[in-house]
Write a protein that binds this ligand. Structure first.
Ligand SMILES: [Zn+2]
Length: 232
């Protein structure tokens, strides 16, 4: 059942809970067993389309932005956390037959195999996520200081939330993007210059918002009414 489109649908909160319950629980089943496989990233393709729906963003949005906007940790980090939890359990249970397998493992015969016992060092996934976000070369890494929290506007109705995120990530239906996607021949705004998402909010004499993108990111009252009137 579809819960949202680009202009309608359940709030990000509802979509997030539904995604965790329906998609993530299935996509992470027994993850410690298969998470180091070379094919694990194939599961991410499906999860990425789910978080794209929660954030209301388009396919061109850079992947590191999706977990930030949907407030769900990146899939690889979630799988590492599940593995760490399992190892912690194994350590506490001397009688489990798996314990000697982990701590006195057999010699590695195939170098392509990344067995569980090769990386037993636990990782603090929140600080790893913050570090990865800082080093990600994405347009709005300056705008979002802490990627691990819900970003402002998370409770907004779907239409405003989706539009807000498209401005944050500079990927939306502006002249420049539409031209790149070959939907139009011109990238010009009504004011005569190239229309990008940041032009619309920061410098266009017809539409700009006082306080520009950082004000929009804060999702305060003026930003929300700007989004509402822009969207309509
Ligand atoms: Zn303009």
């Amino acid at each position: 059942m579809k819960l949202a489109g680009s202009t309608w649908g359940a709030s990000a909160n509802t979509l997030r809970s539904s995604a965790l319950a329906l998609y993530y629980s299935a996509a992470e089943y027994c993850a410690p067993v298969w998470s180091r496989s070379a094919h694990a990233s194939r599961v991410d393709v499906q999860l990425n389309s789910t978080v794209r729906l929660i954030s209301g963003t388009l396919r061109s949005t850079p992947l590191p932005c999706l977990p930030v906007l949907s407030n769900i940790e990146p899939p690889a980090l979630r799988r590492k956390a599940a593995t760490d939890k399992l190892v912690e359990k194994i350590v506490k249970h001397d009688s489990w037959p798996i314990q000697p397998d982990i701590f006195n493992p057999p010699l590695l015969r195939l170098t392509s195999r990344k067995s569980l016992w090769l990386d037993l060092q636990p990782v603090d996934i929140k600080s790893r996520w913050r570090h990865n976000w800082k080093s990600a070369q994405v347009v709005s890494s300056q705008l979002v200081c802490n990627p691990t929290i819900r970003q402002p506007g998370f409770d907004l109705p779907q239409q405003q939330w989706s539009l807000l995120n498209r401005f944050r990530m500079e990927q939306g239906h502006c002249g420049a993007c539409r031209r790149k996607w070959r939907l139009t021949d011109t990238d010009l705004c009504c004011c005569g210059v190239t229309q990008t998402m940041s032009h619309t909010v920061e410098s266009c004499p017809l539409t700009k918002l006082n306080g520009s993108l950082s004000r929009l990111h804060s999702a305060d009252e003026d930003a929300v009414s700007w989004l509402t009137s822009y969207g309509s």
